[in-house]
Design a protein around this ligand. Structure first.
Ligand SMILES: [Zn+2]
Length: 203
């Protein structure tokens, strides 16, 4: 699987284009649909699905035109449907922790509430797309509507138990960096470190 990191929009959002041969997935396409359509066309890709990590506007913003032009529904956790503002007829919902098989892609959905109630991480092979749950050295804000700091700590603790060589791909490239490894976060991410330290209290 090839992973293209596309930094788009004014908020350092990272959209991910995953390809296997001519089959493609997009994670969190929100900005610059003309660029995304052009990329799909010039690479002659077959867009199989759109998946969202959560429903914040900067992750879903202009996706409706893309979904309509490709006749696709996007995947989103049900708790974030209202937040996204997307029409329900354009959405499939994740249901808890589950495996999705889309074309050649095997996707493990891991619910990670905290930043929003409907945040998920998407695990595909060794790659983990973390949206605004986990950033290199940080985690997402937990002071927004539907945020829950306690849930965030549980989610970070759960992610800390994934294999250390799991490569994370975050929803923003704050500080110019969107990727890291779970093993690196164990020692360099104070929020994950605290979650691990407080495991007995959290669980
Ligand atoms: Zn967000």
């Amino acid at each position: 699987m090839n992973i293209d990191v596309l930094e788009l929009g004014p908020m350092a959002n990272c959209t991910y284009l995953l390809t296997q041969g001519k089959d493609a997935l997009l994670i969190d396409p929100a900005w610059d649909m003309n660029f995304l359509e052009h990329t799909l066309k010039t690479k002659e890709l077959n867009l199989l699905a759109v998946l969202f990590t959560h429903g914040h506007f900067d992750h879903v913003r202009d996706a409706e035109t893309l979904l309509r032009s490709h006749g696709l529904k996007a995947y989103l956790e049900k708790n974030d449907i209202a937040l996204s503002g997307l029409p329900e007829e354009l959405l499939n919902t994740y249901s808890g922790e589950q495996n999705l098989k889309i074309g050649p892609f095997d996707i493990h959905i891991i619910p990670t509430p905290g930043h929003t109630a409907g945040c998920v991480c998407l695990q595909i092979g060794n790659a983990l797309f973390t949206g605004d749950t986990l950033f290199p050295g940080a985690c997402g804000r937990v002071d927004l509507p539907s945020s829950d700091p306690r849930e965030m700590r549980k989610s970070l603790l759960m992610l800390s138990k994934l294999p250390e060589d799991t490569q994370i791909f975050a929803g923003h490239s704050y500080g110019g960096k969107c990727s890291s490894y779970i093993g690196y976060e164990h020692t360099h991410n104070p929020f994950m470190r605290n979650a691990i330290k407080d495991e007995k209290v959290i669980s």
